[in-house]
Design a protein around this ligand. Structure first.
Ligand code: TXA
Ligand code: MG
Length: 317
């Protein structure tokens, strides 16, 4: 049975013994293993049922370590690091040979971030290796934002989840790479808003669809098992569809109709960051409920709303 605890020493011991441990971060929980130990990393892919062609993020706690794993840090990357590390920003940079091919799926770049969660920072400081960690969910499912979500996904497959409480941001890190001119390219929308990043980077280049290299960019991802339909006007939809039992995912509005059997309001006070931190937990609750269909509304398309709309769109595919 899986252990749920705050015991950082126990987590460190398991990781040194080539085991996989779920760890808290400020974005979502990760499924972590010694990034320099190919066999341990292989277990992550097996547990997640993730294709080996999808590369992993390397997590560090100390800026000094960055240079052990990458050959070059463009000036703009330095500015972004200064502004956002430790934090929810993953950078894709040219890798050193110290990084095993299994982490990068054989590419010559590595995705790396300095995470920001007190327990996992303490854990990393005890280890003499970085942690490879994808989100701690089965491939294409909704990412976990609480220790209990990880337990529900992997009750027998892993030995321990380090319980760091609810994740502060609630969706994955933003991922940025650099083109040959050193300009910043956004690979994945995430828990830093585009506005926040652009204050430092200037205008971001949006990664083109035909250049899909991150599964976060796959059309279908972050998916509940039930059908999720995104609608512009929930009120109108309810007037036209009175038969089916439905669940509703809304930003700040409480809807009334006889066929609503469950409703999750992401932020009653209309705060986009609060809505983001509640999004995945709300999606999981609706997925477990009795309704046949989840009806979701788009969030205001600004700041974190843009990242959430990206996740909702993929969840509806
Ligand atoms: O917030 C997060 O980023 C969480 C926490 C645990 O840190 N991790 C996470 O990992 O979301 P994962 O594996 O679910 O998503 C990592 C993304 C994938 O879309 C992967 O393709 C992309 O990072 N990625 C990894 N290495 C890459 C590389 N060299 N070039 C481009 N994308 C890369
Ligand atoms: Mg993931």
């Amino acid at each position: 049975m899986i252990e749920i605890s705050k015991d950082v020493n126990r987590a460190a011991e398991l990781l040194r013994n080539h085991e996989v441990v779920a760890i808290p971060t400020e974005t979502v929980y990760g499924l972590a293993a010694n990034a320099l130990d190919e066999e341990a990393v292989r277990k992550i892919f097996e547990i997640k049922k993730r294709p080996l062609s999808n590369p992993l993020i390397l997590h560090i706690h100390d800026l000094e370590k960055l240079h052990e794993y990458v050959t070059e840090v463009p000036p703009l990357a330095k500015q972004l690091i200064e502004a956002f590390w430790p934090g929810p920003l993953t950078l894709v940079l040219p890798k050193r040979n110290t990084v095993p091919d299994i982490i990068t799926a054989g590419q010559n770049t590595v995705a790396i971030r300095m995470l920001n969660h007190p327990l996992s920072l303490e854990l990393l400081a005890k280890l003499d290796f970085p942690l490879a960690a994808p989100s701690a969910n089965p491939f294409q499912a909704i990412s976990p934002t609480q220790a209990s979500h990880v337990v529900n996904y992997f009750p027998h497959e892993i030995k321990m989840v380090l319980d760091g409480g609810d994740c502060a941001h609630g969706i994955e890190s933003s991922i940025i790479g650099f083109n040959h001119e050193g300009k910043a390219v956004l690979y994945r929308l995430g828990s830093l808003s585009v506005e926040e990043i652009e204050k430092v980077s200037g205008k971001l280049i949006m990664n083109k669809k035909e250049e899909v290299i991150t599964p976060g960019m796959l059309d279908k991802h972050y998916s509940p098992r039930k059908k999720l339909v995104l609608v512009d006007d929930i009120k109108k939809w309810l007037q036209e569809n009175t038969e089916q039992q439905i669940a509703i995912l809304s930003f700040n509005t409480k809807y009334e109709a006889v066929n609503i059997c469950q409703q999750e309001i992401l932020s009653a006070k209309g705060d986009l960051h609060e809505a983001m931190s509640n999004l995945y937990n709300a999606m999981m609750k609706l997925d477990e409920g009795s309704a046949e269909l989840i009806l979701a509304e788009m969030l205001p398309n600004t700041s974190w709303g843009i990242s959430m709309n990206d996740r909702l769109t993929r969840a509806s595919n």
